[in-house]
Write a protein that binds this ligand. Structure first.
Ligand SMILES: Cc1ncc(COP(=O)(O)O)c(C=O)c1O
Length: 454
């Protein structure tokens, strides 16, 4: 099978014969060589199977961004008075339609999910500090919430008097019900001693280990249980899973567009559901001229800076529409291929996926053989560096501490999982390199202890 055929197969193209190629040309879908050109700035020789961490940006979008940067530098006054606001509104409108929000005023553009979390959690902190929430009222979050967001909860909610409870999700996990059950338990704990649960922070796709959370069901439970406000951290979601604000029904929902939506760093949207009778008290942490004019307007001027990454969203739509099925087609093919690659690796190493395929996005967790001796977070970092230095593989590794009664020699004692991603620039050889690298380490009797410094 030649490389192009392999690529078509990987991308779920069952009719990869000459007729379908011709049809594709007629439909003017992007070609394989055009995709290569779009990512020719990627350092060559690296098996980059970690799109989840930093995303990617194609050359045509980098060019569009440069145009905006030049427009500003050429005539800043004209840019500021005639183009910036209009451009940001256009991006917000595109996002509003993509996520099925009711109103463009519900959509603000901010730098990243970290900023969005600060906006929501500072709002919650004010509820405590100004006496609308009582000290000791509870907030529930997932144990696998992103580290930076956990710190933010600590900085804003705990310090303001909130009692924070973690829902301990199981991993490996085999069904949504397991997650729902643990989440219900955390809410029950939140309500103990007559406490009110004021906030739930729910990931849509957890980062490490990566699992798609049944967010719609969890939001529904929060509503039934009287949780005041629900914030969904969906940093990985847009371009990766189907998202629909009306369907999910959260109060706040954020996603980065620089991870799976081909935008340059950095841009995220923060959706704030319009609620009748709700006191609009959500503000950007960087206060500037527009303070008090609504979050979307506040966020569109937070002082002099480069806004170009926020202005290329319409160009990204043009880019993804060069692919069959647009962004939905891209994410569905990414999902299909990453599952194939995950299963190939699991088979090669005699291991299992961390969750069933329907709980994976375009990222998959695969158990690593216990003979590698992964016994701490430090080991996963050392091994990740070793894979980069020795084999030129970029892949993050999750440490899973053993539960009572498990040991590293039996089947359930898996302590390390790789998280692989698939994005349109990936090739099957990227995953073969990971397979062969790990197999080589095992053959040579490698263990993580060998990387411990004395
Ligand atoms: C679940 C989750 N939340 C928040 C973030 C933070 O994203 P950013 O660094 O772009 O602010 C990440 C980043 O990977 C994430 O995975």
């Amino acid at each position: 099978m030649d490389e192009e055929e392999e690529h078509h197969k990987l991308n779920g193209d069952d009719n990869h014969n000459h007729v379908s190629k011709k049809q594709k040309l007629l439909q003017k879908f992007i070609t394989d060589s055009e995709i290569l050109n779009e990512f020719s700035h990627h350092q060559s020789g690296i098996a980059r199977i970690n799109n989840g961490s930093f995303g990617c940006c194609p050359a045509s979008i980098i060019a569009a961004q440069k145009q905006w940067q030049l427009k500003y530098l050429q005539q800043p006054d004209d840019f500021y008075f005639n183009h910036l606001r209009k451009g940001i509104l256009e991006s917000r409108t595109v996002i509003k339609n993509l996520i099925n929000a009711d109103d463009v005023d519900e959509v603000s553009i901010v730098d990243n999910a970290t900023t969005a979390a600060a906006i929501v959690l500072q709002h919650i902190a004010r509820e405590f500090v100004e006496g609308r929430y009582q000290k000791g009222d509870a907030a529930v979050m997932l144990h696998y919430a992103y580290g930076a967001v956990k710190k933010s909860i600590q900085a804003y909610v705990t310090r303001a008097g909130g009692y924070v409870i973690e829902a301990h999700l199981p991993f490996p996990v085999s069904s949504n019900d397991e997650i729902i059950c643990k989440f219900r338990k955390a809410l029950e704990k939140g309500r103990e001693n007559g406490r009110r649960v004021r906030l739930a922070v729910i990931d849509h796709i957890t980062s490490m280990p990566s699992v798609v959370v049944p967010v719609k069901e969890l939001v529904k439970i929060c509503r039934e249980e009287g949780v005041d406000q629900v914030f969904v951290d969906a940093a990985h979601a847009i371009g990766n899973v189907d998202i629909n604000m009306k369907d999910i029904g959260a109060d706040f929902y954020t996603s980065n567009l620089h991870k799976w939506f081909f935008c340059p760093p950095s841009i995220a949207f923060l959706y704030c559901r319009k609620r009748t009778g709700f006191r609009e008290d959500v503000h950007h942490p960087v206060v500037s001229h527009e303070y008090g004019n609504g979050l979307a307007i506040e966020s569109s001027w937070i002082g002099t800076r480069d806004y170009s990454s926020q202005l290329v969203v319409p160009d990204v739509i043009e880019f993804v529409n060069r692919f069959e099925g647009g962004i939905d087609g891209i994410r569905k093919r990414n999902h299909k291929v990453v599952i194939e690659m995950g299963e190939m690796l699991a088979k090669a190493w005699g291991m299992k996926l961390g969750c069933p395929p329907d709980m994976c996005s375009s990222m998959v967790m695969i158990g690593l053989p216990s003979c590698l001796g992964i016994s701490s977070e430090a080991d996963t970092l050392n091994l990740r560096t070793h894979l980069r230095d020795k084999f030129k593989i970029e892949v993050p590794i999750h440490f899973q501490a053993l539960k009572d009664g498990e040991n590293m020699d039996n089947d359930c004692g898996v302590t390390g999982y790789v998280r692989i991603s698939h994005q349109i620039y990936n090739k099957v050889d990227d995953y073969y390199r990971l397979r062969d690298g790990i197999n080589l380490l095992i053959r040579d009797g490698f263990t993580c202890k060998m990387l411990h410094s004395n």
